[in-house]
Design a protein around this ligand. Structure first.
Ligand code: F6R
Length: 616
């Protein structure tokens, strides 16, 4: 987690760094800090526990020395609580060097002991300060910041991105990455470093990926990248597909509200250019050509949280269309379950950020085990696609709110596109069937826009539930992942106990939770569904209604069977069964947002969380 930004150039580094940090806050917001090298040659730092606003107000009230070199950090605490002292930057070389860190240095304890034994002192409980002191000592011996960094990273274990500045090296920022992310932004007479492109997209859209185990030194007019041994490496420049305005609130009260309103566009843009003459047209699936796809005999989808629920929906669709067995595994469980992998196994990773450490490590593990890898990802230049044989980017645009919404519907869309492509390649669906399903998918953006309009009353519904302590969510088949997603959103945003259940499981235990007044959301399948799911779910509603539950049904428009038994019905447009989740999830996103808002909570930055989980 943690957001990192570095700058060298002619402009005010304080302004550039604070601007970058405000876009990176979603990565962590326990504390924030800056180090700037003034034109007087003195290094000054400022840092505070709490949200970035506290730091900004402090800098406004009492300006920092301004210069053209600096680094900034927004923190998600791992080692040591969110205090002023533990906030970054940390200092080395008698306060002449400042360092910021994202990740975890696993061997920090023996390193710290070694430094204590030689008389170094520490002011924080962090693992990061150990790196600051080490780089400071190495610089004192070498007088070369890049070389000092190289010597220190060779001693560190764990996952880290480090940036350092030293007051004897004005106009220079040195960075290193091992597993955790780092990207370069190329400017004109200025250069940037960031945990992701959001750190500098306001200034430049030209970005360069830094590979794993590489060190970068930026100066206003040069960028040098080497491996950890000091050998120069080739880099690849790319253009960031979105501009700064895409990651701004644009008049919305929160990023989350804005991003929910963008759910139709997220699906539309993910389909854009990928459907041609009724067939899926992926311009390039890298190492996953048709002969490889025909040889696959098993698929494992790995992901965490909301992305894993998208994966569950992918399973239903891929199995139905391509007739290949699909498992869904949480990335952090997958790695340790001794999975059976070979070149006929396709591991599909799903990740908005492309940096989730659990998923990244699982992807690497699958690769080492000989499996093929496909990444479904929303962030260009991120680590997970780089470790995969092929990538399908979701084009949801930057997602800033911590809770994933528009990326979720984009992930489902990408998985469905892949499922139809696989079915076409393997001949399990006819061209006409593929085309029919693509038409369903292409109709989703307009239907999503209808759902947004039909959901206008959810704010009022949430308003009278503001004091509720528990909400349950029920669904069957593709409604089950939707129920899980509804519950997750409510937990993380409104801090309410919420559980999602497969409705059929109710009578095997959870029905004991139902007491008078218990709020239960039920995702009702279409009455047109040829399976017998609709009457079964209506029976489930009657069972809980009989025990006093207050039922809110999300049901197809015109579903008369559900009306007598539900206290509220939120209607969704007609869609084929597999496509219903893309519609039924939106009212649940809105409900969580509205309930958290009614409770006066910060929906963009819920407590204890960070957007990009870059620690295991
Ligand atoms: C929940 C949420 C998380 C993420 C999960 C995976 O609203 O946002 O559960 O879905 O942390 O993140 P990515 O997709 O970046 O790998």
């Amino acid at each position: 987690m943690c957001g990192i930004v570095g700058y060298v150039g002619p402009n005010s580094s304080v302004a550039v760094l604070l601007g970058g940090l405000s876009r990176l806050q979603y990565r962590g917001y326990d504390s924030a800090g800056l180090a700037v090298l003034g034109s007087d040659g003195v290094l000054e730092t400022r840092k505070h526990a709490g949200k970035l606003k506290i730091l900004i107000d402090d800098v406004d009230a009492s300006p920092l020395v301004d210069g053209q070199t600096g680094i900034g950090h927004t923190r998600w605490a791992t080692h040591g609580g969110p205090t002023d002292g533990n906030a970054h930057p940390h200092l080395g070389d008698d306060g002449k060097l400042a360092l910021i860190h994202n990740g975890i240095i696993e061997n920090f304890a023996p390193l710290k002991q070694e430094l204590l034994d030689v008389g170094e002192t520490f002011t924080s409980e962090t693992d990061s300060e150990v790196a600051a002191v080490l780089v400071g000592r190495a610089f004192r011996e070498t007088g070369d910041l890049t070389l000092a960094m190289r010597q220190v990273v060779a001693r560190l274990e764990g996952a880290f991105t480090l940036l350092v500045v030293h007051q004897d090296r004005p106009g220079e920022v040195v960075g290193a990455r091992h597993i955790s992310p780092l990207v370069i932004g190329l400017g004109d007479g200025e250069n940037f470093l960031g945990s992701d492109v959001a750190a500098f997209v306001e200034h430049t859209r030209r970005a360069v990926e830094i590979g794993d185990d590489q060190i970068v030194t930026i100066r206003p007019d040069s960028v040098e990248v080497t491996d950890f041994a000091g050998a120069p490496v080739d880099t690849r420049e790319y253009e960031v597909a979105w501009d700064a305005s895409a990651s701004e609130k644009g008049g919305w009260s929160s990023f989350m509200r804005k991003e929910i309103s963008e759910e139709p566009d997220a699906v539309y843009n993910t389909l854009l250019g990928r459907v041609l003459d009724g067939a899926v047209a992926f311009p390039d699936l890298g190492g996953l050509d048709d002969s490889v796809l025909k040889s696959i005999d098993r698929i494992v989808i790995i992901a965490c949280g909301t992305a894993a629920y998208a994966g569950m929906l992918g399973k239903y669709a891929i199995e139905a269309w391509a007739r290949v067995p699909v498992e869904v595994a949480l990335s952090h469980e997958f790695r340790y379950s001794d999975p059976i992998l070979n070149e006929r196994t396709l591991v599909i990773s799903v990740s908005q950020s492309g940096e989730t450490m659990d998923t990244l490590m699982a992807v690497k593990f699958a690769k080492e085990g000989g499996a093929r890898g496909l990444s479904i990802c929303n962030t260009m230049g991120s680590s997970i696609p780089r470790e995969s044989d092929a990538v399908i980017y979701t084009h949801a645009g930057p997602e800033v709110a911590v809770a994933s919404t528009k990326a979720f519907v984009a992930q489902i869309t990408a998985l469905y596109l892949f499922g139809l492509h696989l079915a076409a390649v393997r001949g399990s669906l006819s061209a006409a069937e593929v085309s029919e399903n693509l038409t369903e998918l292409q109709a989703i953006p307009a239907k999503l826009a209808e759902v947004l309009v039909a959901s206008a009353g959810i704010g009022e519904l949430a308003g009278w539930m503001a004091d509720t302590r528990s909400v349950l969510f029920l669904g069957r088949h593709v409604g089950f992942p939707v129920a899980l997603e509804g519950a997750l959103k409510l937990k993380e945003l409104a801090y309410i106990h919420a559980e999602g259940f497969a409705a059929g499981e109710l009578k095997h235990g959870p029905i004991a939770l139902i007491e008078p007044g218990q709020i239960v959301f039920v995702i009702v399948p279409s009455p047109r569904d040829p399976s017998s799911l609709h009457p079964k779910v209506v029976s489930n509603i009657q069972e809980i209604r009989a025990r006093g539950a207050r039922v809110i049904a999300i049901a197809e428009k015109g579903d008369a069977a559900v009306l007598p038994f539900a206290d509220e019905v939120i209607p969704i447009p007609l869609a084929a069964p597999l496509f219903e989740p893309l519609l039924s999830v939106v009212p649940l996103h809105i409900f969580a947002l509205e309930l958290a808002t009614a409770k006066g909570l910060d929906v963009d930055q819920p407590r204890n969380l960070a957007k990009s989980v870059t620690v295991e």
